[in-house]
Design a protein around this ligand. Sequence first.
Ligand code: MC0
Length: 141
Amino acid sequence: LVTAVDHVGIAVADLDEAIAFQRDTFGLQVAHEETNDDQGVREAMLRAPGDAAGAAQIQLLAPLREDSAIAKFLDRNGPGLQQLAYRVTDVEAAMAALRAKGVRLLYEEPRRGTADSRINFVHPKDVGGVLVELVEPAPGH
Ligand code: MC0
């Protein structure tokens, strides 16, 4: 079902501060930055200098609004690991396979994720307490 670990997401209060911290502390570089209004986030994808193309990235997620999932996560837990994202080739097929195993998906239909990927999420209570994202990259990514 899963072809690779796509990224690991960390909730942060301030995106620019967190980017600078990861750069100055660990030497990670920004590969991509965008605002996703649907998800209520400003986000950055970070890479390590030695990463091969397609290597798992670190995603920093900062809230755009108080009613967003990241704002709620920060209120409850403070900054920290928020999600694990698995890459799939066909998100609808992955959703169907997981539903058949009795695992709950958060959305009926895929939504738009980073860099025009198609995404859905698995309920953390059904998969060991980890919020799992499914990511079908846009063609050419
Ligand atoms: C909540 N829970 C978590 C969790 N968030 N467990 C593990 N990891 C998390 N991140 C737990 C709570 O502690 C609670 O457990 C139970 O799940 C249900 O919590 P709830 O209060 O009913 O629900 P909420 O309001 O906390 O919402 C959780 C939920 C939400 C996962 C449904 O965060 C959501 O819809 N997430 C999907 C969207 C998202 O995360 N977007 C931001 C990233 P107890 O034991 O207390 O009952 S956007 C993104 O990632 C895009 C841009 C991309 O990569 O392409």
